[in-house]
Design a protein around this ligand. Structure first.
Ligand SMILES: [Zn+2]
Ligand SMILES: [Zn+2]
Length: 384
C-alpha cells in the first residue's frame, strides 16, 4: 500500500502541474545532489527520496496510478525500483540524466562529470585543451582556430577494427547485443545497469583479423584545426565544452567524447574584474582634479571621455552602469573607475613659484579635511 507522500517529499500540492513538479524536483535535487554533499548520509537519503518521488509523480502515467493507489510500493525505500524490474538502465535512466542536464544548465560551462555515469563502452573520451586568451579576448569573446589531435573512426574498417566483414564474428558472450546486465545494491536502492560486454568491448562482434590501417583499434589519430567561437565573459579557469568534438570511442561506433577548452586568461595592466564588473585606475593631473576636465576612461568597447567634476579627490570612484562585461546571455556588468590624483614630480622653479602663489591666495576654507584635522589636533592637544 502506498505509504509515502511523494507530493510532500517534493513540497508540492497534489494538484500541482507537471511543470511545477519538475521545477520543484530540479530545485531540490540541486540542493541535495551528492556531489555537493560528499559523505553526507542524510543528504544522500533525501536525494534518493526526491528521485524516488519524481520518478513516479514526474511521469504522468505513473502519477495516475499512484494517485489511484494502484502503485506497488515494494518493501520501502531500499528495494525500490521505479522501473518495476528495471528494463533499460533502471534508476539512472530518468533521474540522473535530468540532473545532469540541469547541472549543465546551472554551470553553463563544463559538466564533464556527466560522462562518468553513462555507459563507458560507446562513448569516446574527452580531450582537455588549454587555451590562452588575452584579457580583451576573454571579456569581448573571439573566434580562434584550435589545433589538437583526436581519435577518429578508422576510415578503412569504419570502426570495426576488422580487416573486412569476413573477419568479424558475432560475440558469443552477449549474443551480439554488446550489452550485459549488472545488478548492484547501492545507497540509492537496487540499481540495474546495462553495461558493455567485456568480451567484445560492447560492439557485439569479435575480430578475427585486424584492420591494417588501425591495427584493430577501430580508430586513428588525426590532427584537427577547428574554429571556435569563444563567448564574451569567460574567466581564467573556465571550461567551454564542445560536445562531440573529443575522441571517437575505441572499438566500434558510438558517441565521440567532448572537447573541453580550459581558458587561461592573461591579466590586464588596465583592468581588474570581479564577475562581470570591471575596475580601472585612472591617474589624473593635479590641475584636472582641482579644476575638473576631460579624462580618458577605458571600457571594453573602447576609450570614452568623461568630464571630471572640479574638486575630485584622490581615490574617488565613479560608476558607469552597463559599461562592464556584456555577455551574449545578456549579463551586463558595471565599470568602476577610481580616480588617482598624481602629485607632479620634478617641477621647475617657475612652476613652484606659481604654486606658491596659488597657496598664498588660498585660505583654509578650501580644504575641509585639513581644516577638520587641525581642529581635531587643537582639541586633542589643548594649549596650556
Ligand atoms: Zn581500421
Ligand atoms: Zn559481447
Amino acid at each position: 500500500m502506498p505509504t509515502k507522500d511523494y507530493y510532500k517529499t517534493l513540497g508540492v500540492e497534489k494538484t500541482a502541474s507537471q511543470d511545477e513538479i519538475k521545477s520543484a524536483y530540479r530545485r531540490l535535487a540541486k540542493q541535495y545532489h551528492p556531489d555537493l554533499h560528499p559523505n553526507d548520509k542524510e543528504a544522500a537519503e533525501k536525494f534518493k527520496e526526491i528521485n524516488e518521488a519524481y520518478s513516479v509523480v514526474g511521469d504522468p502515467d505513473k502519477r495516475g496510478k499512484y494517485d489511484r493507489g494502484e502503485m506497488d510500493m515494494g518493501a520501502g525505500g531500499a528495494g525500490f525500483n521505479p522501473f518495476g524490474g528495471g528494463a533499460g538502465g533502471g534508476f539512472t535512466a530518468t533521474g540522473f540524466d535530468d540532473i545532469f542536464d540541469m547541472f549543465s544548465d546551472a554551470f553553463g560551462f563544463g559538466g564533464s562529470r556527466t560522462r562518468s555515469r553513462r555507459s563507458q563502452s560507446s562513448v569516446g573520451s574527452d580531450i582537455t585543451q588549454q587555451i590562452e586568451l588575452t584579457f580583451m579576448e576573454s571579456i569581448l569573446g573571439c573566434t580562434k582556430p584550435i589545433t589538437f589531435s583526436r581519435l577518429e573512426k578508422c576510415p578503412s574498417c569504419h570502426g570495426t577494427g576488422a580487416k573486412d566483414d569476413a573477419h568479424l564474428k558475432t560475440c558469443d558472450k552477449c549474443g551480439g547485443s554488446g550489452q550485459v546486465r549488472h545488478v548492484q545494491n547501492t545507497i540509492f536502492g537496487q540499481q540495474i545497469t546495462v553495461g558493455a560486454c567485456d568480451k567484445c568491448g560492447g560492439t557485439g562482434k569479435i575480430v578475427t583479423e585486424n584492420c591494417k590501417t588501425c591495427g584493430g583499434k577501430g580508430v586513428v589519430t588525426k590532427n584537427k584545426v577547428i574554429n571556435v567561437t569563444i563567448p564574451a565573459g569567460v574567466e581564467n579557469g573556465s571550461v567551454l565544452q564542445l560536445t562531440g568534438e573529443g575522441n571517437a570511442p575505441r572499438n566500434g561506433n558510438g558517441r565521440s567524447g567532448n572537447l573541453l577548452l580550459e581558458f587561461s586568461v592573461k591579466p590586464s595592466a588596465l583592468f581588474k574584474r570581479d564577475g562581470y564588473n570591471l575596475y580601472v585606475n585612472v591617474p589624473v593631473s593635479y590641475l584636472t582634479a582641482v579644476c575638473g576636465g576631460q579624462v580618458e576612461i577605458p571600457a571594453p568597447d573602447g576609450v570614452f571621455i568623461h568630464n571630471l567634476q572640479e574638486g575630485t579627490s584622490n581615490g574617488e570612484t565613479l560608476r558607469f552602469r552597463g559599461k562592464g562585461i556584456r555577455t551574449q546571455r545578456g549579463a551586463v556588468g558595471d565599470l568602476f573607475a577610481t580616480i588617482s590624483v598624481e602629485v607632479p614630480k620634478g617641477i621647475t622653479r617657475a612652476q613652484k613659484k606659481s604654486l606658491e602663489q596659488f597657496e598664498n591666495d588660498n585660505t583654509l576654507k578650501n580644504y575641509s579635511k585639513r581644516r577638520a584635522f587641525l581642529d581635531e589636533i587643537a582639541k586633542t592637544y589643548p594649549k596650556k
